[in-house]
Design a protein around this ligand. Structure first.
Ligand code: KDG
Length: 309
């Protein structure tokens, strides 16, 4: 079993029970989410160990977040409780104004999670584990959180990063300038055409891969294409995994499930070809429900899915 550390913010998600503009939604369903937690759960579901590093508030939602993460098999020993700020929340609006897509409304400014700082880092653990993972979200939420990611990556043996640029959290210029600081020598880079355009001005997968691999030294590039599937570039080869056509309830979290299952499968010794097939299954299952991580499958579930198709 390999050990991974994910650094980020756990958020409480209020998912619109009905589709349409949030102003007309009367019921919300609570879930526990946040990109790096979704990754951590995906890594765990595939049989590797994941530690979550971050902060929650000293409130009911913070306790809920930690209990949920622990219940999903995540190691929560390095989640700090911050008495000075609340646990962050957000709402998900579904199928409006674009059918099959969701939008987020964040209420997280000054949250406990955004107060993550380099002092929260378990340095020995970060030096020891197989992989340290974070995302563009954590680099966007505060200066101290960004410094924490930079410091963690200095300590890490191997690094993994999902660009996850959320333009509600920062500008494209700030995202480009900041994320470029962590692109060098990543073992895993997970991105998509929108983020790639912001970062390197390129949406074409082959041309983007050339830049990320040759200029920045990325080892495994996972290029997500939404419902169309994903591509993996590794060691001079390209692997294509098409998406499955399913009814979309809420796509939020699908990219994290895809990235987390891919990474964990590689760490477990699967080939890139199989790892990306498994990852696509995970993303497919996630879009069929509300909630980011409840539908992330085990390898056994993935096998059943593939046999059933
Ligand atoms: O990828 C899914 C995440 O975007 C969602 O869980 C919320 O972490 C989140 C964020 O900051 O957008």
């Amino acid at each position: 079993m390999q050990e991974v550390v994910a650094i980020g913010e756990i958020l409480i998600q209020f998912n619109a029970f009905t589709p349409g503009p949030l102003r007309y939604v009367n019921y919300f369903e609570k879930h526990i989410a946040g990109s790096e937690l979704n990754y951590c759960i995906a890594i765990t579901m595939i049989g590797n160990k994941c530690y979550f590093v971050g902060r929650v508030g000293d409130d009911e939602f913070g306790r809920n977040a930690v209990e949920y993460a622990r219940g999903r098999g995540v190691d929560v020993s390095y989640i700090k409780v911050d008495p000075e700020a609340p646990t962050g929340i957000y709402f998900v609006q579904r199928h409006f104004p674009v059918p099959d897509k969701s939008e987020m409304a964040y209420y997280r400014k000054g949250s406990a999670g955004s107060r993550l700082s380099p002092e929260d880092l378990p340095e020995e653990l970060l030096k020891r584990v197989r992989l340290v993972h974070s995302t563009g979200i954590t680099m966007a939420i505060s200066d101290t959180a960004r410094q924490a990611v930079l410091r963690a990556f200095e300590l890490a043996k191997f690094k993994s990063f999902d660009t996850n640029i959320r333009l509600k959290l920062w500008s494209a210029d700030k995202a480009r300038e900041t994320i470029r600081k962590v692109l060098d020598n990543l073992e895993f880079l997970i991105t998509d055409p929108d983020d790639s355009k912001i970062l390197i001005g390129e949406t074409d997968p082959d041309r983007a891969a050339k830049i990320f691999i040759e200029k920045y030294g990325v080892k495994y590039l996972v290029y997500k294409l939404g419902p169309k599937g994903a591509l993996v570039y590794y060691d001079g080869a390209k692997y294509e995994a098409p998406g499955y056509h399913v009814r979309v309830e809420d796509p939020t979290g699908a990219g994290d499930a895809l990235g987390g299952v891919f990474i964990s499968s590689i760490l477990s010794g699967y080939t890139p070809e199989n790892a990306i097939r498994y990852a696509i299954v995970a993303a497919t299952l996630v879009v069929t429900i509300r909630g980011d991580n409840e539908n992330i499958p085990t390898l056994k579930d993935i096998e059943k899915f593939l046999n059933g198709y």
